[in-house]
Write a protein that binds this ligand. Structure first.
Ligand code: SF4
Length: 463
Protein backbone atom coordinates (compact mmCIF):
# COMPACT_ATOMS: atom_id res chain seq x y z
CA UNK A 1 0.00 0.00 0.00
CA UNK A 2 1.65 3.31 -1.02
CA UNK A 3 2.51 5.56 1.91
CA UNK A 4 2.24 9.36 2.02
CA UNK A 5 4.65 11.20 -0.28
CA UNK A 6 6.85 12.57 2.48
CA UNK A 7 10.45 11.82 1.49
CA UNK A 8 12.66 10.07 4.01
CA UNK A 9 15.14 12.91 3.62
CA UNK A 10 15.88 15.92 1.45
CA UNK A 11 19.14 16.21 -0.42
CA UNK A 12 20.97 19.35 0.55
CA UNK A 13 22.31 20.64 -2.82
CA UNK A 14 25.26 22.45 -1.25
CA UNK A 15 26.27 19.33 0.68
CA UNK A 16 25.88 16.99 -2.29
CA UNK A 17 27.88 19.24 -4.64
CA UNK A 18 30.64 19.49 -2.04
CA UNK A 19 30.86 15.69 -1.71
CA UNK A 20 30.40 15.03 -5.42
CA UNK A 21 33.97 13.93 -6.04
CA UNK A 22 35.21 10.97 -8.07
CA UNK A 23 35.36 7.73 -6.13
CA UNK A 24 34.95 3.95 -6.36
CA UNK A 25 31.59 2.18 -5.99
CA UNK A 26 33.39 -0.41 -3.81
CA UNK A 27 32.13 -3.52 -5.52
CA UNK A 28 35.56 -4.70 -4.38
CA UNK A 29 38.33 -3.47 -2.12
CA UNK A 30 41.01 -2.95 -3.29
CA UNK A 31 39.46 -1.90 -6.60
CA UNK A 32 40.56 -3.18 -10.01
CA UNK A 33 42.82 -0.12 -10.44
CA UNK A 34 45.23 -1.74 -7.98
CA UNK A 35 45.59 -4.95 -9.99
CA UNK A 36 49.07 -5.68 -11.34
CA UNK A 37 50.69 -8.66 -13.09
CA UNK A 38 49.20 -11.90 -11.92
CA UNK A 39 49.88 -15.33 -13.37
CA UNK A 40 48.23 -18.73 -13.35
CA UNK A 41 50.53 -20.03 -10.61
CA UNK A 42 49.36 -17.40 -8.11
CA UNK A 43 45.77 -18.30 -8.91
CA UNK A 44 46.45 -22.00 -8.38
CA UNK A 45 47.97 -21.25 -4.95
CA UNK A 46 44.93 -19.17 -4.04
CA UNK A 47 42.60 -22.01 -5.06
CA UNK A 48 44.57 -24.53 -3.02
CA UNK A 49 44.53 -22.28 0.05
CA UNK A 50 40.84 -21.40 -0.25
CA UNK A 51 39.91 -25.06 -0.64
CA UNK A 52 40.68 -25.61 3.05
CA UNK A 53 37.76 -23.33 3.95
CA UNK A 54 35.40 -25.25 1.66
CA UNK A 55 33.25 -22.17 1.04
CA UNK A 56 30.40 -22.18 -1.46
CA UNK A 57 31.07 -20.86 -4.93
CA UNK A 58 29.65 -17.98 -6.89
CA UNK A 59 30.10 -18.31 -10.66
CA UNK A 60 30.05 -15.35 -13.04
CA UNK A 61 29.83 -15.76 -16.81
CA UNK A 62 30.61 -12.79 -19.00
CA UNK A 63 28.79 -12.84 -22.35
CA UNK A 64 30.23 -9.78 -24.09
CA UNK A 65 28.07 -9.56 -27.24
CA UNK A 66 25.40 -6.95 -28.03
CA UNK A 67 23.43 -6.61 -31.26
CA UNK A 68 23.22 -2.81 -31.02
CA UNK A 69 25.16 -0.08 -29.26
CA UNK A 70 23.68 2.07 -26.48
CA UNK A 71 25.59 5.35 -26.61
CA UNK A 72 25.86 5.75 -22.82
CA UNK A 73 27.45 2.31 -22.39
CA UNK A 74 30.60 1.89 -20.31
CA UNK A 75 30.53 -1.94 -20.21
CA UNK A 76 33.01 -4.40 -21.69
CA UNK A 77 31.13 -5.51 -24.77
CA UNK A 78 31.51 -6.46 -28.42
CA UNK A 79 28.83 -5.00 -30.69
CA UNK A 80 28.24 -7.41 -33.55
CA UNK A 81 25.60 -9.18 -35.58
CA UNK A 82 27.95 -12.06 -36.39
CA UNK A 83 26.35 -14.99 -34.59
CA UNK A 84 29.35 -17.20 -35.30
CA UNK A 85 31.38 -15.21 -32.78
CA UNK A 86 29.06 -16.46 -30.03
CA UNK A 87 29.47 -20.09 -31.09
CA UNK A 88 33.24 -19.82 -30.92
CA UNK A 89 33.08 -17.99 -27.57
CA UNK A 90 30.85 -20.67 -26.06
CA UNK A 91 33.41 -23.32 -27.04
CA UNK A 92 36.06 -21.30 -25.23
CA UNK A 93 33.87 -20.93 -22.14
CA UNK A 94 33.40 -24.72 -22.09
CA UNK A 95 37.14 -25.09 -22.21
CA UNK A 96 37.59 -22.67 -19.32
CA UNK A 97 34.94 -24.57 -17.31
CA UNK A 98 36.78 -27.83 -18.00
CA UNK A 99 40.04 -26.30 -16.73
CA UNK A 100 38.54 -24.72 -13.60
CA UNK A 101 35.85 -27.13 -12.37
CA UNK A 102 38.08 -30.07 -11.29
CA UNK A 103 39.93 -27.68 -8.95
CA UNK A 104 36.70 -27.07 -7.01
CA UNK A 105 35.34 -30.61 -7.00
CA UNK A 106 34.16 -30.61 -3.36
CA UNK A 107 32.44 -27.19 -3.46
CA UNK A 108 28.81 -26.30 -4.10
CA UNK A 109 27.58 -23.39 -6.17
CA UNK A 110 25.04 -21.20 -4.38
CA UNK A 111 25.24 -18.22 -6.72
CA UNK A 112 25.37 -17.96 -10.49
CA UNK A 113 25.20 -14.83 -12.58
CA UNK A 114 25.36 -14.24 -16.33
CA UNK A 115 26.18 -10.68 -17.28
CA UNK A 116 27.51 -8.77 -20.22
CA UNK A 117 27.13 -7.39 -22.80
CA UNK A 118 23.84 -9.14 -23.42
CA UNK A 119 23.57 -12.77 -22.28
CA UNK A 120 20.32 -13.07 -24.26
CA UNK A 121 22.34 -12.40 -27.43
CA UNK A 122 22.69 -16.20 -27.22
CA UNK A 123 19.80 -18.23 -28.64
CA UNK A 124 17.80 -20.70 -26.55
CA UNK A 125 19.87 -23.73 -27.57
CA UNK A 126 23.12 -21.91 -26.78
CA UNK A 127 21.78 -20.87 -23.36
CA UNK A 128 20.69 -24.45 -22.53
CA UNK A 129 24.02 -25.77 -23.80
CA UNK A 130 26.09 -23.49 -21.57
CA UNK A 131 23.85 -24.18 -18.58
CA UNK A 132 24.19 -27.91 -19.24
CA UNK A 133 27.99 -27.60 -19.31
CA UNK A 134 27.91 -25.72 -15.98
CA UNK A 135 25.62 -28.25 -14.30
CA UNK A 136 27.65 -31.10 -15.67
CA UNK A 137 30.85 -29.73 -14.14
CA UNK A 138 29.75 -28.09 -10.88
CA UNK A 139 27.39 -29.15 -8.10
CA UNK A 140 24.65 -26.51 -8.04
CA UNK A 141 22.52 -25.93 -4.95
CA UNK A 142 18.74 -26.27 -5.19
CA UNK A 143 16.43 -23.57 -6.49
CA UNK A 144 15.41 -22.77 -2.87
CA UNK A 145 19.00 -22.42 -1.65
CA UNK A 146 20.64 -20.59 -4.54
CA UNK A 147 20.50 -17.29 -6.39
CA UNK A 148 20.75 -17.87 -10.15
CA UNK A 149 20.42 -14.68 -12.13
CA UNK A 150 20.74 -13.43 -15.68
CA UNK A 151 20.77 -9.96 -17.22
CA UNK A 152 18.36 -9.74 -20.11
CA UNK A 153 17.73 -7.14 -22.75
CA UNK A 154 13.92 -6.98 -23.20
CA UNK A 155 14.47 -6.21 -26.89
CA UNK A 156 15.97 -9.68 -27.38
CA UNK A 157 13.41 -11.87 -25.59
CA UNK A 158 9.71 -12.82 -25.68
CA UNK A 159 7.54 -14.70 -23.12
CA UNK A 160 8.62 -18.08 -24.54
CA UNK A 161 12.28 -17.22 -24.08
CA UNK A 162 11.61 -16.06 -20.51
CA UNK A 163 9.95 -19.40 -19.73
CA UNK A 164 12.93 -21.15 -21.26
CA UNK A 165 15.33 -19.24 -18.95
CA UNK A 166 13.32 -20.34 -15.92
CA UNK A 167 13.35 -23.96 -17.15
CA UNK A 168 17.14 -23.69 -17.52
CA UNK A 169 17.34 -22.93 -13.79
CA UNK A 170 17.54 -19.14 -13.53
CA UNK A 171 15.40 -17.79 -10.69
CA UNK A 172 16.23 -14.06 -10.85
CA UNK A 173 16.08 -11.64 -13.74
CA UNK A 174 17.59 -8.25 -14.11
CA UNK A 175 16.84 -5.97 -17.02
CA UNK A 176 17.77 -2.54 -18.23
CA UNK A 177 15.11 0.11 -18.77
CA UNK A 178 17.11 3.35 -18.32
CA UNK A 179 14.25 5.66 -19.37
CA UNK A 180 10.92 5.16 -21.18
CA UNK A 181 10.91 8.64 -22.70
CA UNK A 182 11.16 8.36 -26.50
CA UNK A 183 13.32 11.47 -26.98
CA UNK A 184 15.81 10.18 -24.40
CA UNK A 185 15.76 6.71 -25.97
CA UNK A 186 16.47 8.14 -29.43
CA UNK A 187 19.38 10.22 -28.12
CA UNK A 188 21.02 7.15 -26.54
CA UNK A 189 20.08 4.72 -29.35
CA UNK A 190 18.07 2.37 -27.16
CA UNK A 191 14.43 2.10 -28.18
CA UNK A 192 12.51 -0.09 -25.80
CA UNK A 193 8.79 0.36 -25.28
CA UNK A 194 6.83 0.16 -22.05
CA UNK A 195 4.62 -2.63 -23.45
CA UNK A 196 7.64 -4.69 -24.54
CA UNK A 197 9.13 -4.40 -21.04
CA UNK A 198 5.77 -5.11 -19.36
CA UNK A 199 5.32 -8.25 -21.42
CA UNK A 200 8.73 -9.53 -20.29
CA UNK A 201 8.15 -8.80 -16.59
CA UNK A 202 4.69 -10.36 -16.65
CA UNK A 203 6.16 -13.45 -18.31
CA UNK A 204 8.84 -13.59 -15.58
CA UNK A 205 6.17 -13.47 -12.86
CA UNK A 206 4.10 -16.18 -14.59
CA UNK A 207 7.17 -18.39 -15.05
CA UNK A 208 8.02 -18.32 -11.34
CA UNK A 209 11.05 -16.03 -11.19
CA UNK A 210 11.60 -15.11 -7.53
CA UNK A 211 12.83 -11.60 -8.14
CA UNK A 212 12.90 -9.10 -10.97
CA UNK A 213 15.21 -6.13 -10.80
CA UNK A 214 15.38 -3.18 -13.18
CA UNK A 215 18.02 -0.57 -13.90
CA UNK A 216 17.33 3.09 -14.62
CA UNK A 217 19.83 5.82 -15.44
CA UNK A 218 19.56 9.48 -14.49
CA UNK A 219 21.61 12.20 -16.16
CA UNK A 220 20.88 11.08 -19.75
CA UNK A 221 20.28 13.61 -22.55
CA UNK A 222 16.91 15.46 -22.52
CA UNK A 223 15.91 14.13 -19.10
CA UNK A 224 13.97 16.44 -16.79
CA UNK A 225 12.16 15.86 -13.50
CA UNK A 226 8.88 15.98 -15.40
CA UNK A 227 9.90 13.42 -18.00
CA UNK A 228 11.56 11.14 -15.47
CA UNK A 229 8.52 11.24 -13.17
CA UNK A 230 6.55 9.62 -15.98
CA UNK A 231 9.20 6.88 -16.31
CA UNK A 232 9.19 6.28 -12.54
CA UNK A 233 5.39 5.99 -12.53
CA UNK A 234 5.56 3.46 -15.34
CA UNK A 235 8.26 1.51 -13.49
CA UNK A 236 6.10 1.40 -10.36
CA UNK A 237 3.26 -0.07 -12.46
CA UNK A 238 5.66 -2.84 -13.52
CA UNK A 239 6.16 -3.60 -9.81
CA UNK A 240 9.77 -4.90 -9.86
CA UNK A 241 11.28 -6.21 -6.62
CA UNK A 242 14.47 -4.20 -6.95
CA UNK A 243 15.29 -0.92 -8.68
CA UNK A 244 18.76 0.52 -9.27
CA UNK A 245 19.13 4.09 -10.44
CA UNK A 246 22.58 4.72 -11.83
CA UNK A 247 24.20 8.05 -12.39
CA UNK A 248 25.25 8.59 -16.02
CA UNK A 249 28.89 9.67 -16.01
CA UNK A 250 29.79 11.41 -19.29
CA UNK A 251 33.39 10.33 -19.93
CA UNK A 252 33.65 10.23 -23.76
CA UNK A 253 37.45 10.14 -23.71
CA UNK A 254 37.33 6.80 -21.88
CA UNK A 255 34.10 5.38 -23.35
CA UNK A 256 34.05 6.27 -27.03
CA UNK A 257 30.35 5.49 -27.76
CA UNK A 258 29.54 8.43 -25.45
CA UNK A 259 31.01 10.80 -28.05
CA UNK A 260 27.64 10.52 -29.84
CA UNK A 261 25.92 12.16 -26.88
CA UNK A 262 25.87 15.96 -27.02
CA UNK A 263 26.96 17.70 -23.82
CA UNK A 264 24.43 20.45 -24.57
CA UNK A 265 21.61 17.87 -24.30
CA UNK A 266 22.64 16.69 -20.82
CA UNK A 267 20.82 17.91 -17.69
CA UNK A 268 22.85 20.24 -15.44
CA UNK A 269 24.23 19.05 -12.10
CA UNK A 270 21.32 20.77 -10.30
CA UNK A 271 18.76 19.16 -12.60
CA UNK A 272 20.37 15.76 -11.96
CA UNK A 273 20.11 16.32 -8.25
CA UNK A 274 16.43 17.22 -8.60
CA UNK A 275 15.85 14.01 -10.54
CA UNK A 276 17.61 12.01 -7.84
CA UNK A 277 15.52 13.66 -5.12
CA UNK A 278 12.44 12.84 -7.17
CA UNK A 279 13.48 9.17 -7.39
CA UNK A 280 13.92 8.96 -3.63
CA UNK A 281 10.53 10.61 -3.01
CA UNK A 282 8.63 8.55 -5.52
CA UNK A 283 10.14 5.17 -4.72
CA UNK A 284 10.04 5.49 -0.92
CA UNK A 285 6.46 6.73 -1.09
CA UNK A 286 5.63 3.65 -3.13
CA UNK A 287 7.04 1.45 -0.36
CA UNK A 288 10.56 0.76 -1.68
CA UNK A 289 13.43 0.91 0.79
CA UNK A 290 16.79 2.50 0.03
CA UNK A 291 19.35 -0.30 0.42
CA UNK A 292 22.29 2.01 -0.12
CA UNK A 293 23.66 4.43 -2.71
CA UNK A 294 21.19 4.16 -5.59
CA UNK A 295 19.60 0.76 -4.87
CA UNK A 296 15.99 0.29 -3.79
CA UNK A 297 14.07 -2.88 -2.93
CA UNK A 298 10.69 -3.92 -1.56
CA UNK A 299 10.71 -4.49 2.21
CA UNK A 300 10.01 -8.22 1.81
CA UNK A 301 12.72 -8.66 -0.84
CA UNK A 302 15.67 -10.84 0.17
CA UNK A 303 18.03 -7.82 -0.06
CA UNK A 304 16.09 -5.82 2.55
CA UNK A 305 15.82 -8.89 4.79
CA UNK A 306 19.56 -9.57 4.47
CA UNK A 307 20.35 -5.97 5.38
CA UNK A 308 18.09 -6.24 8.42
CA UNK A 309 19.73 -9.42 9.71
CA UNK A 310 23.28 -8.27 8.92
CA UNK A 311 24.07 -10.74 6.13
CA UNK A 312 24.04 -8.38 3.14
CA UNK A 313 27.08 -8.74 0.88
CA UNK A 314 28.58 -6.65 -1.87
CA UNK A 315 30.22 -8.03 -4.99
CA UNK A 316 30.79 -7.09 -8.61
CA UNK A 317 27.05 -7.32 -9.33
CA UNK A 318 26.28 -4.85 -6.53
CA UNK A 319 24.42 -5.94 -3.39
CA UNK A 320 23.80 -9.65 -2.83
CA UNK A 321 22.24 -11.95 -0.25
CA UNK A 322 24.57 -14.89 -0.57
CA UNK A 323 27.11 -15.64 2.15
CA UNK A 324 30.73 -14.88 1.49
CA UNK A 325 31.58 -17.19 -1.44
CA UNK A 326 34.66 -17.71 -3.55
CA UNK A 327 33.89 -16.09 -6.88
CA UNK A 328 35.09 -17.64 -10.13
CA UNK A 329 34.62 -15.50 -13.23
CA UNK A 330 34.54 -16.99 -16.72
CA UNK A 331 35.01 -15.17 -20.01
CA UNK A 332 36.95 -12.13 -21.10
CA UNK A 333 37.43 -9.37 -18.49
CA UNK A 334 35.85 -11.49 -15.70
CA UNK A 335 37.17 -10.82 -12.19
CA UNK A 336 37.51 -13.73 -9.73
CA UNK A 337 37.79 -13.37 -5.96
CA UNK A 338 39.30 -16.51 -4.52
CA UNK A 339 40.59 -16.63 -0.97
CA UNK A 340 42.65 -13.50 -0.41
CA UNK A 341 43.14 -12.71 -4.09
CA UNK A 342 41.42 -10.89 -6.92
CA UNK A 343 42.37 -11.90 -10.46
CA UNK A 344 41.13 -10.66 -13.81
CA UNK A 345 40.91 -12.51 -17.11
CA UNK A 346 42.40 -11.06 -20.27
CA UNK A 347 40.32 -8.46 -22.09
CA UNK A 348 40.92 -9.42 -25.73
CA UNK A 349 39.12 -12.32 -27.38
CA UNK A 350 42.20 -13.39 -29.37
CA UNK A 351 44.36 -13.60 -26.26
CA UNK A 352 41.62 -15.45 -24.38
CA UNK A 353 41.48 -18.02 -27.16
CA UNK A 354 45.26 -18.37 -27.37
CA UNK A 355 45.69 -19.06 -23.65
CA UNK A 356 42.82 -21.55 -23.47
CA UNK A 357 44.08 -23.39 -26.54
CA UNK A 358 47.38 -23.77 -24.68
CA UNK A 359 45.44 -25.22 -21.69
CA UNK A 360 46.25 -22.16 -19.57
CA UNK A 361 43.86 -20.23 -17.33
CA UNK A 362 43.30 -16.89 -19.13
CA UNK A 363 44.23 -14.69 -16.18
CA UNK A 364 46.43 -11.60 -16.61
CA UNK A 365 46.06 -9.17 -13.70
CA UNK A 366 45.25 -9.30 -10.02
CA UNK A 367 46.32 -8.71 -6.45
CA UNK A 368 47.13 -10.74 -3.35
CA UNK A 369 45.53 -8.90 -0.44
CA UNK A 370 47.80 -7.82 2.41
CA UNK A 371 46.74 -8.00 6.07
CA UNK A 372 45.95 -4.28 5.92
CA UNK A 373 43.82 -4.76 2.77
CA UNK A 374 41.75 -7.40 4.57
CA UNK A 375 41.10 -5.13 7.56
CA UNK A 376 40.07 -2.21 5.34
CA UNK A 377 37.96 -4.51 3.18
CA UNK A 378 35.99 -5.61 6.28
CA UNK A 379 35.55 -1.99 7.43
CA UNK A 380 34.30 -0.84 4.01
CA UNK A 381 31.95 -3.82 3.74
CA UNK A 382 30.37 -3.06 7.14
CA UNK A 383 29.86 0.58 6.12
CA UNK A 384 28.46 -0.03 2.65
CA UNK A 385 26.26 -3.05 3.52
CA UNK A 386 25.10 -2.35 7.09
CA UNK A 387 25.75 1.41 7.43
CA UNK A 388 26.94 0.49 10.86
CA UNK A 389 30.57 -0.22 11.67
CA UNK A 390 31.12 -1.77 15.09
CA UNK A 391 34.73 -1.42 16.17
CA UNK A 392 34.47 -4.55 18.36
CA UNK A 393 33.60 -6.71 15.32
CA UNK A 394 36.77 -5.65 13.52
CA UNK A 395 38.91 -5.90 16.66
CA UNK A 396 37.69 -9.43 17.31
CA UNK A 397 38.50 -10.73 13.83
CA UNK A 398 41.79 -8.91 13.23
CA UNK A 399 43.25 -8.52 16.69
CA UNK A 400 43.77 -4.76 16.46
CA UNK A 401 42.70 -1.81 18.57
CA UNK A 402 40.47 0.10 16.15
CA UNK A 403 40.99 3.59 17.58
CA UNK A 404 44.77 3.20 17.40
CA UNK A 405 44.95 1.49 14.01
CA UNK A 406 42.60 3.99 12.41
CA UNK A 407 43.52 7.09 14.42
CA UNK A 408 44.12 9.18 11.28
CA UNK A 409 40.92 7.98 9.61
CA UNK A 410 38.79 8.78 12.66
CA UNK A 411 40.12 12.35 12.57
CA UNK A 412 39.45 12.51 8.81
CA UNK A 413 35.83 11.45 9.46
CA UNK A 414 35.13 14.46 11.68
CA UNK A 415 34.07 16.84 8.87
CA UNK A 416 31.69 14.16 7.58
CA UNK A 417 30.23 13.89 11.08
CA UNK A 418 29.80 17.67 11.20
CA UNK A 419 28.00 17.53 7.85
CA UNK A 420 25.61 14.88 9.17
CA UNK A 421 26.80 11.97 6.99
CA UNK A 422 27.57 9.78 9.98
CA UNK A 423 27.89 9.66 13.77
CA UNK A 424 30.84 8.31 15.75
CA UNK A 425 30.89 7.10 19.33
CA UNK A 426 33.09 4.71 21.28
CA UNK A 427 31.33 1.69 19.82
CA UNK A 428 31.51 2.56 16.16
CA UNK A 429 30.35 4.59 13.16
CA UNK A 430 26.70 4.81 12.13
CA UNK A 431 25.77 6.24 8.72
CA UNK A 432 22.79 8.64 8.45
CA UNK A 433 20.13 8.69 5.70
CA UNK A 434 21.97 11.37 3.71
CA UNK A 435 25.19 9.46 4.33
CA UNK A 436 23.64 6.39 2.66
CA UNK A 437 23.51 8.22 -0.62
CA UNK A 438 27.06 9.49 -0.18
CA UNK A 439 28.30 6.25 1.39
CA UNK A 440 31.24 6.02 -0.96
CA UNK A 441 32.57 9.27 0.55
CA UNK A 442 32.50 7.66 4.01
CA UNK A 443 34.21 4.51 2.69
CA UNK A 444 36.85 6.57 0.87
CA UNK A 445 38.20 7.74 4.23
CA UNK A 446 39.31 4.13 4.90
CA UNK A 447 40.70 3.49 1.39
CA UNK A 448 44.47 3.50 1.61
CA UNK A 449 44.99 3.63 -2.15
CA UNK A 450 43.04 6.85 -2.69
CA UNK A 451 45.65 8.80 -0.84
CA UNK A 452 48.10 8.12 -3.65
CA UNK A 453 48.48 10.80 -6.32
CA UNK A 454 46.11 10.76 -9.32
CA UNK A 455 44.18 7.72 -8.10
CA UNK A 456 40.70 9.22 -7.90
CA UNK A 457 40.59 10.67 -11.40
CA UNK A 458 39.74 7.27 -12.99
CA UNK A 459 36.50 6.91 -11.00
CA UNK A 460 33.06 8.39 -11.65
CA UNK A 461 31.39 10.94 -9.38
CA UNK A 462 28.80 10.00 -6.75
CA UNK A 463 25.95 12.08 -8.25
S1 SF4 B 1 24.17 -0.94 -22.26
FE1 SF4 B 1 24.04 -3.17 -22.26
S2 SF4 B 1 22.93 -3.64 -24.17
FE2 SF4 B 1 23.64 -1.53 -24.39
S3 SF4 B 1 25.62 -1.68 -25.45
FE3 SF4 B 1 26.05 -1.67 -23.26
S4 SF4 B 1 26.15 -3.80 -22.65
FE4 SF4 B 1 25.14 -3.71 -24.65
Amino acid sequence: MPQSKTPVFFLDPELVHRYNVSGPRYTSYPTALQFTDFDEQKLLWAIEESDLKNRDLSLYFHIPFCATLCYYCACNKIVTRKRKLATNYLNLLSKEIALQAPKFATRKVSQLHWGGGTPTFLDDDEISGLMYAIRDSFEIRSDEDGEFSIEIDPRTVNPDRIRHLRECGFNRLSLGIQDFNKKVQTAVNRKQSFSQTKQVIEAANRSGFKSVSVDLIYGLPHQSTQSFLKTLQQVVILNPDRISIYNYAHLPERFHPQKRILVSDLPTADEKLDILQLCIEELTSEGYQNIGMDHFAKPDDALCLAQKNGTLQRNFQGYSTQADCDLIAFGITGISHIGTTFSQNVKQLEQYQKLLEADKLPVEKGIVLSGDDLIRQAVIKALICQFNLRFADIEEVFDIEFATYFAKELVALRPLVQDGLCRINEQGVRVSHSGRLLIRNVCMVFDKYLHRPKTTTRYSRAI
